[in-house]
Design a protein around this ligand. Structure first.
Ligand code: HEM
Length: 207
């Protein structure tokens, strides 16, 4: 039987989760600043920020199935923070690309987007994350209304598909890692499709 956590416990847990989600960025920053990176630091910053952006995106998408499968409705209270962390790492990833990879060379960046399909897919994912990050507040939920807000936030599925595609298209040899992310995303999307169909069927039966 599910016992809801007290508001105080949720608040504490949120602090712990907030700090835990920041650790990859802090570790990366520390390793770069102390020169404790093997290989090119810009490559390391790109890869670590990109991987964590994708991981937080999939963790955010896993909240709904997990809360049902584990009977933990309180998990939903962490979804906004995890979604914003996906945006934080994706935005940092973009900044590494603009500042350290392309040195603010806007012509080269635009050419990159037009010529390299993996960059286009990455950019698409990030641009679509912006309205979701902006409208993640309670104020925007009220302003848009629950139905329109939920409709807008369904973009997360397209964002996740674009981000995984970005990873698949950038890989030259070993597809193991992007394949794992693609598999996890497929499971999460299929779970939703089945849940959606079940809901529809129940509605038809009740009608
Ligand atoms: C704003 C647009 C983006 C640009 C310009 C961009 C650019 C890049 C570049 C240059 C790489 C390294 C490619 C290489 O190793 O040859 C990369 C890797 C990656 N990016 Fe992006 N990216 C963008 C958006 C995103 C987003 C939104 C996500 C996830 C939500 C993401 C996830 C990844 C991942 C997972 C990798 C591979 C990391 C690895 O190899 O370990 N990227 N990206």
């Amino acid at each position: 039987m599910f016992l809801p956590l007290s508001a105080a416990k949720i608040r504490w847990l949120k602090v712990v989760v907030f700090i835990a989600c920041l650790i990859p960025a802090l570790l990366l920053g520390y390793n770069v600043l102390t020169n404790n990176i093997s290989g090119d630091p810009v490559e390391a910053m790109t890869h670590v920020s990109g991987e964590w952006a994708l991981r937080f995106l999939l963790i955010t998408l896993a909240i709904t199935p997990l809360r049902r499968l584990l009977n933990l409705p309180d998990l939903i209270k962490f979804r906004r923070m995890l979604g914003l962390y996906a945006f934080f790492y994706a935005f940092s990833h973009l900044m590494v690309y603009i500042v350290f990879d392309q040195f603010f060379d806007w012509t080269a960046i635009i050419n990159d987007i037009l010529e390299r399909k993996y960059i286009f897919a990455g950019m698409l994912a990030l641009v679509l994350m912006i309205p979701l990050a902006i409208t993640s507040t309670n104020g925007w939920v009220k302003r848009l209304g629950g139905k329109r807000w939920q409709k807008l936030h369904k973009l997360v599925y397209l964002i996740a598909i674009a981000a995984v595609t970005h990873f698949i298209w950038l890989v030259k040899a070993d597809f193991t890692e992007p394949a794992i992310y693609a598999f996890i995303l497929t499971v999460l999307l299929v779970y939703r499709l089945i849940a959606h169909r079940k809901k529809k069927l129940t509605q038809i039966k009740l009608a």
